[in-house]
Design a protein around this ligand. Structure first.
Ligand SMILES: Cc1cc2nc3c(=O)[nH]c(=O)nc-3n(C[C@H](O)[C@H](O)[C@H](O)COP(=O)(O)OP(=O)(O)OC[C@H]3O[C@@H](n4cnc5c(N)ncnc54)[C@H](O)[C@@H]3O)c2cc1C
Length: 479
């Protein structure tokens, strides 16, 4: 039963109000239409062209784990789709509501239980906004070293649910590397605590099952996550390379020699123009920004090593001031007026692969876009921003300034470009996405990425969520 009208809908509302209070079940049309979408380009294009976008029946705003559990029990009983929502900043349609139901807005769950300044651990509810959290931590000389470009508009729970990467992930790790344990309300309303620590030999780790599950397996209601001290010093450098190959080789040598810069970001020519020049940098060509941090002598020594390596690889030092300018303006490109937006058709077709495959992958995707889609005059830019000892992530974007007029044609072109680019990623040993998640956008390609793996995830889903109510349509899981 999926009540959409009449007394069934009113009944559902009263059951939910009984749990969270009348003020926290919202049914106004404008709020429902805002909660129907996140930052997924397709839904915005669809809405902007006056087409119908399915919206939730209600937005429900719980304040506690017990309230989330109560809501889940009602929705499980009556088979109501539930879409958890943090900041709604996801770009993959993960928080969109293609099958209606309710949006579980976690914004009221923003309590900090404890900041353990001995072990450097935060214990908090998931709905806290990234910027608010960062400011609170900074007052104590601490930071959550996860700094996504969306820090102002996203939540702690969203960082984990979508396995995000912040600008300093090369040294501090991704969100999934920082988290120690989570509390999850399962689709049936039961509450699960994962083991207190992620490093154990006490059976399979359930923590990582829920991290990255994008609200399809349960609701993350409590997070224990590692903090770091604000570093005593930060050192910067900008390096100009003759080409992308030389820059990638320099990055590979830095990482395989086990140096740990906090930031290493290599911009190709196009990204230098779009992201660096537009934010006031005076560089052209291919450029690498580097930041080391920590105790002053260590950060200085690490930077000196890196400068030697990049010079060996043909890099020319463009100066510390250019690097420091980058840090000050690192979010500008991701905000208006520089951030792209509808009616431009654009997408970040990012992935991660090993050092042998990354250059061929970049060249193949660039060629594909320029050759197959020449009629649409696409632009393609790339930077390489999250580095591992074995490989690196490519954050590459396509831009089409004048997509087709018809909503359906624009949708078709969007999906074609995404499928082509994702298949280039998979052919070069990449994955569908390194940090933006899968959501609605890439769900249909999940079984191509790993047929057996996807079948196993489906079986887990069917065990945890027999009514299939949690975030339906996401991760390519069956309805
Ligand atoms: C301008 C811009 C810049 C961005 N930069 C970055 C970046 O640098 N790094 C990065 O990693 N990402 C980036 N993103 C993507 C996005 O901000 C991240 O994925 C972020 O972690 C999502 O958090 P959120 O709170 O907004 O989640 P939402 O968008 O609300 O939700 C994302 C997914 O997680 C689920 N979810 C949310 N909270 C919970 C919960 N408590 N329990 C269970 N499921 C939940 C939702 O159902 C949805 O499937 C960017 C996005 C934009 C628009």
């Amino acid at each position: 039963m999926r009540p959409h009208t009449g007394y069934q809908l009113a009944n559902l509302r009263s059951y939910l109000e009984d749990i969270v209070g009348v003020d926290h079940v919202i049914g106004e049309e404008e709020a429902r239409s805002r909660a129907a979408v996140d930052q997924y380009w397709l839904t915005h294009m669809w809405q902007a062209r006056g087409e119908d976008v399915p919206s939730p029946a209600f937005i429900v705003r719980p304040a506690s784990t017990a309230e989330v559990a109560g809501v889940m029990r009602v929705c499980h009983t009556y088979r109501i789709p539930v879409v958890p929502r943090g900041g709604g900043s996801g770009t993959q349609g993960g928080a969109s509501t293609p099958y209606g139901g309710i949006v579980l807005d976690l914004g009221r769950m923003d309590r900090i239980y404890e900041i353990d300044e001995t072990s450097l651990v935060l214990d908090a509810q998931p709905g806290i906004n990234g910027r608010v959290l960062e400011n609170l931590l900074n007052e104590r000389g601490l930071m959550l070293a996860h700094y996504p470009s969306s820090v102002d508009i996203s939540s702690l729970g969203g960082y984990l649910a979508a396995r995000g990467s912040g600008v300093m992930s090369t040294k501090y790790g991704k969100a999934e590397d920082m988290v120690l344990s989570v509390e999850v309300v399962l689709p049936t309303g039961e509450v699960l605590d994962t083991l207190a620590h992620p490093n154990h030999a006490a059976g399979p780790g359930l923590l990582q099952l829920f991290v990255g599950s994008e609200g399809t397996l349960g609701v993350i209601t409590r997070v224990r996550i590692r903090l770091d001290p604000i570093p005593a010093s930060r050192r910067f450098q900008m390096v100009t390379f003759p080409g992308v190959a030389e820059g990638l080789e320099a990055g590979r040598r830095v990482m395989t020699r086990r140096l740990r810069p906090a930031v290493m970001r290599l911009y190709d020519e196009g990204a230098t123009v779009k992201s660096l020049q537009s934010t006031g940098h005076r560089v052209s060509g291919v450029n690498l920004v580097v930041m080391t941090d920590g105790e002053e002598d260590l950060a200085g020594a690490e930077m000196a090593h890196i400068e030697r390596i990049v010079t060996e690889c043909g890099g020319q030092l463009a100066g510390e001031a250019e690097g420091a300018h980058w840090w000050e303006h690192r979010y500008d490109f991701y905000k208006p007026p520089l951030q792209p937006g509808y009616p431009q058709l654009y997408g970040t077709v990012e992935t991660v692969t090993d050092y042998r495959s990354i250059l061929p992958l970049y060249e193949a995707k660039k060629a594909l876009l320029h050759e197959k889609y020449a009629a649409w005059s696409p632009q393609y830019t790339a930077h390489f921003s999250h580095w591992y000892p074995w490989g690196t992530m490519i954050y590459d974007r396509f831009y089409i300034d004048s997509p087709p007029e018809s909503a359906e044609e624009a949708l078709r072109l969007h999906n074609q470009v995404w499928a082509d680019c994702s298949r280039v990623n998979l052919r070069h040993g990449g994955v569908l996405n390194e940090h933006h998640g899968i959501g609605l956008k890439l769900g249909w390609l999940m079984s191509e990425q790993s047929p057996t793996g996807h079948r196993l995830v489906q079986q887990i889903k069917d065990t945890l969520d027999p009514a299939r109510i949690m975030n339906p349509g996401k991760l390519g899981l069956a309805l």
